[in-house]
Design a protein. Structure first.
Lengths: 496, 99
């Protein structure tokens, strides 16, 4: 098997055993990027020289007898919303074209400390706002299963990179589903950790009360290894949780659901769900029962209000966060010809630098927060947030995890929803509740829809700091499905 | 709730510091109206007895020890600035605007 088709745990073991060097592994992946990324467009920036340099450093440390972590020398694709000192950081926006941050995000620092080899920065919807990666100012990323379809979003470059074997691992951020939804529609694993479990320091802010860094991988165990590598308390992030990282790697190895209580969310299914998604989800339910889980239906009535609440809360926070892009301290500045005031330059710079979806959300948030509308919109949305947290709390008295389809449909064609914001927003229908309440949630592959042959994701939601349950159930489902399919789902994807 | 008018979008654009063209105002008015129409239903369940949540975690006043630690040098802080003069950010005129 070629090195690019090995998973991260295998690559780590091969390097630890001295069977292959980190430089060989990095070069194999850089060759793969050169071969396929002109068609996929997962990367905004490929850092070939620095990747090889990092790989040489890992090989040197190993040669010197240093004991290295399980992911030392493993290549990774890094979402271009995390700051990186030695690479451009654009957040998919023209307003940050060419920007070189003066510091590393905590997630970046921890990747480096774990010896992970950063191949480059991946494409995303501008400022992580979107569900298709079509909102990138640098052009869309394509789904490796069908190059005319979206890879999900906002972390679509990261999902596509892993699904097209350009990297075994990648980072993402999940504000309303931006890790789980792209993972689902590209047939890979994507995890949103508990809010505050992974640091936001150096993550370019979209909606600060929701933004959560998390891992993408082709296996549940690989996702857990990466999760463990970059998570944990960070003094630089005041909303970082002061608690041990849940035992995610152990849980991924345990992969056992016997006696576990699993709740099917009644509100997520039926009308509006693609038949193939419903069928694969039903199979996953039956699979869990066959593995000894006790499956019941659970009602979370407020979940049907999660989407509208999110599209008030997230734009409100974004309208405030994105005020920092004023063309004064970094980034784009236009029309500063000596005749215009600072305010005029700001307004012209922001109009030139932001794309349509970002402008739409800034104005939507400004509206929801404005005097006279605040109580009806932002205030009501915050109350819905309380109701959703209460629904989760009640549900987790009855069951250990909740499950649903990750997305109502499979990957849609590029362009189909581009100018229809409400249709685009529906992609996040099932993923948003976990963001509003801060819960842990994962998406794992559960087969392909009959009507289009495209991947479907199973979402597993656990309580706050119950991240290990997502991995435990995810790994059990993965193992049982792979036994049935004769290998991972991704093996069925067309070769690029 | 009343529909979002073109004038309201112009007001929002001004508050948001976005210099939008006339045809954009029209386009955004339609789209924002659609979105706000769809999200307004949060008010159906948001009764007076429910406390609002601004955040998922019950954290308040998070402090760290007040220790001196290295920060950015002036050169680093200014490195990405669109315009610099005498070790400072150079900005367009800020006085003489409407109050």
């Amino acid at each position: 098997m070629s090195l690019t088709h090995r998973n991260a745990a295998e690559l780590g073991a091969l390097m630890a055993a001295g069977e292959v060097s980190a430089v060989e592994v990095a070069q194999a992946h850089l060759d793969r990027v050169a071969e396929v990324d002109s068609r996929v467009h997962a990367f905004l920036h490929v850092a070939a020289e620095s990747a090889l340099e990092q790989a040489r450093a890992v090989d040197a440390r190993r040669a010197a007898g240093e004991k290295l972590g399980p992911l030392a020398g493993v290549p990774i694709a890094h979402k271009d919303v995390f700051t990186t000192r030695d690479m451009p950081t654009t957040a998919g926006s023209k307003i940050l074209e060419g920007y070189r941050p003066p510091y590393d995000a905590t997630v970046t620092t921890r990747l480096r400390e774990a010896g992970l080899v950063i191949l480059g920065k991946t494409n995303l919807d501008e400022f992580a706002m979107g569900s298709s990666t079509e909102n990138s100012a640098y052009g869309p990323t394509r789904n490796p299963w069908d190059l005319d379809r979206v890879p999900g979003g906002s972390s679509g470059g990261s999902s596509a990179a892993v699904a097209s074997y350009q990297a075994p691992l990648s980072t993402g951020t999940d504000t309303g589903g931006s890790i789980r939804q792209p993972a689902a529609v590209t047939g890979i694993v994507g995890m949103k950790p508990t809010y505050g479990g992974s640091s936001r320091y150096g993550l370019i802010a979209f909606a600060s009360s929701l933004d959560t860094p998390g891992p993408f991988a082709r296996t549940v165990l690989d996702a857990a290894l990466l999760h463990e590598a970059f998570s944990g308390h960070d003094v630089m992030d005041t909303t970082s949780i002061h608690a041990e990282v849940p035992p995610v790697v152990e849980a991924a190895r345990q992969a056992d659901v016997a006696g576990l209580r699993v709740g099917v969310v009644r509100e997520f299914g039926g009308e509006g769900y693609q038949p193939g998604v419903t069928a694969r989800f039903q199979e996953a339910v039956e699979l869990l029962e066959s593995l000894g889980a006790k499956v019941t239906e659970v009602s979370c009535p407020s979940f049907t209000y999660a989407l509208p609440a999110y599209y008030l809360i997230a734009p409100s926070e974004c309208s405030s966060n994105l005020a920092r892009f004023d063309g004064m301290r970094y980034g784009l500045r236009v029309a500063d010809d000596g005749t215009r005031s600072a305010e005029e330059v700001m307004a012209l710079t922001r109009a030139a630098g932001f794309g349509a979806e970002v402008k739409r959300r800034i104005m939507l948030g400004t509206y929801a927060l404005s005097s006279g509308y605040y109580d009806a919109y932002y205030g009501s949305a915050q109350k819905v947030r309380t109701l959703i947290a209460r629904d989760f709390e009640a549900a987790f008295h009855q069951v250990d995890v909740l499950i649903s389809p990750t997305t109502p449909t499979t990957a849609f064609p590029i362009g189909e929803r581009a100018d229809d914001p409400m249709a685009m927003y529906l992609a996040d229908l099932c993923t948003i509740p976990a963001n509003l309440a801060g819960n842990a949630a994962i998406s794992v592959p559960c087969g392909r829809a009959d009507e289009d042959g495209l991947p479907v994701g199973l979402q597993i939601m656990a309580p706050v700091l119950g991240d290990d349950r997502c991995y435990r159930v995810g790994a059990a489902v993965e193992k049982a499905f792979e036994d049935r399919w004769g290998g991972p789902l991704l093996k069925e994807a067309p070769s690029l | 709730m009343s529909a979002i008018t073109r004038d309201e979008v112009a007001h929002l654009a001004r508050l948001s510091r976005l210099a939008l063209a006339d045809d954009e105002l029209e386009h955004y008015a339609t789209q924002l109206d659609d979105i706000i129409g769809a999200v307004a239903r949060v008010a159906e369940v948001a009764t007076d007895d429910i406390p609002p949540s601004s955040h998922a975690l019950p954290l308040t006043n998070v402090y760290r020890p007040d220790e001196v630690r290295p920060g950015l040098t002036p050169e680093q802080a200014l490195a990405a600035a669109p315009a610099v003069e005498d070790g400072r950010f150079r900005v367009p005129r800020i006085l003489g605007e409407e109050a």
